[in-house]
Write a protein that binds this ligand. Structure first.
Ligand code: ZN
Length: 430
């Protein structure tokens, strides 16, 4: 079937495109990009006033299935993703059971094919059970399509173990994506160590607990040559180390989350809002400013949500007892548009790089370009749609957003995966 997307402002820095044009799609592929295109028969969408980009990819998402379906599952999580404008997500392996072998990988892929509303890129654990002791079945998972390995939720504590992970992954040209956390420093830390931990009377999670492992893993990248992608960087010094590593020519990339960009430790008030309990914790405003600068100068490669759904009963308790994490799939695009694009800090082209182009490259996925022959994974949004973040609008099962009540501008309207609409006029296509 043919599909004509008419009159959107089409943006793709990979092909130097930024103009109003039409896109003709047939059999899941872009057939033509141009002006005043016509077709014999098919469906036409009038997208005047909208912006169209290569489909957004969130490379850090917790879908919670298998094992924690009370928080989220593949059906609800991928609907939240499509509603937020994403055509693909990378699912983290810290489920129950942990995705540390090919059986787990095939399970997630099969469920995603059956009930998913976006592509699900499966990442595998580095170590069995995320325990940091024994290598996972990396080769077998690679044979089943895995290209990225992470023990997200945990730092790999032992440097020798991390070296083995990276030596092994480099054989397959896979990327290793560490969650940098030195347990001997972080312990039961709840919030950023410093002003926030003192003010709130809670155990601190020091910046150094993250920075030490960033430094170590960059050193191991130099030693092994293994591509390294640092997850959710939160500190100015951590980012500076990554900047230096890139200048040295090491294969290092990194990501930041909207909550570390747009919230700080100062937002954790004496009502102890557990939705702002995240790992790594919200840092200082100086750190947040540095992360934004990192996006502008290219040190930061990707904006990711670290979408971490939890049930109300888990979050509705004492701060120390509540689990870490906040959801993000349905607010990320609008936050970036409102706080970075509309303010002139970054361009649409830059946004496409950090939310679509670079995540695919880092995860070794086929590129999507706005040109003939490319797979038609596309995101269309209304840059002028003003809305207020309300839980009732979420497709996610969870409500633990740190941005409830925020007034944002910009919203996904249409999303296409392989030429099929998963979202139309802002509603999921079932
Ligand atoms: Zn993490």
């Amino acid at each position: 079937m043919a599909l004509m997307l008419k009159g959107a402002r089409c943006i793709d820095p990979q092909v130097g495109l930024d103009e109003v044009c039409d896109i003709l799609i047939r059999d899941g592929k872009i057939v033509e990009v141009g002006h005043d295109l016509s077709m014999e028969k098919g469906v036409t969408r009038d997208l005047a006033g909208k912006v169209l980009m290569p489909g957004l990819v969130d490379m850090h998402v917790h879908l919670r299935e298998p094992g924690y379906e009370q928080k989220e599952d593949i059906a609800s999580g991928t609907r939240a993703a499509a509603h937020g404008g994403f055509t693909a997500v990378c699912a983290m392996p810290n489920t129950d059971p942990v995705i540390d072998n090919a059986v787990g990988v095939e399970y997630v892929k099969a469920r995603a094919n059956e009930v998913g509303k976006c592509r699900v890129i499966v990442s595998g654990a580095c170590t069995k059970g995320l325990k940091g002791e024994i290598l996972s079945e990396m080769g077998d998972m690679h044979a089943h399509g895995v290209r990225a390995f992470t023990d997200d939720g945990h730092g790999v504590q032992d440097a020798g173990m991390m070296r083995r992970v990276m030596d092994y992954a480099s054989q397959f040209d896979c990327v290793v994506m560490p969650h940098c956390q030195d347990d001997s420093l972080v312990g039961d830390g709840q919030v950023n160590e410093g002003v926030a931990s003192t003010r709130l009377g809670m155990l601190g999670w020091p910046a150094e607990g993250e920075e030490l492992e960033i430094a170590r893993d960059i050193a191991l990248c130099r030693l092994t040559g293994c591509p390294l992608h640092i997850q959710h960087v939160t500190t100015a010094r951590g980012l500076e180390m990554i900047r230096q590593a890139k200048a040295e020519g090491l294969p290092v990339t990194c990501e930041v989350t909207p909550h570390h960009l747009f919230l700080t430790e100062d937002d954790i008030t004496d009502v102890y809002p557990t939705s702002l309990k995240v790992n790594p914790p919200l840092r200082t405003s100086d750190d947040a400013v540095a992360l934004v600068e990192g996006i502008v100068d290219g040190t930061v490669d990707a904006i990711v949500t670290d979408h971490a759904p939890h049930t109300d009963w888990e979050k509705d308790r004492e701060f120390e007892l509540a689990p870490f994490g906040m959801i993000g799939l349905e607010t990320s695009l609008a936050l970036v548009l409102t706080k970075l694009v509309a303010t002139g800090i970054i361009s649409y082209a830059k946004m496409a790089e950090v939310m679509a182009v670079n995540p695919r490259r880092i995860l070794r996925q086929e590129p999507v370009r706005l040109e003939a022959g490319s797979t038609a994974d596309l995101t269309v949004f209304d840059p002028d749609a003003a809305w207020t973040v309300e839980r009732s609008d979420f497709y996610s099962k969870a409500g633990n957003s740190g941005f409830l009540g925020a007034e944002l501008t910009g919203k996904a309207v249409d999303v296409y995966v392989g030429g099929y609409a998963t979202l139309e006029d802002g509603a999921i296509v079932e």
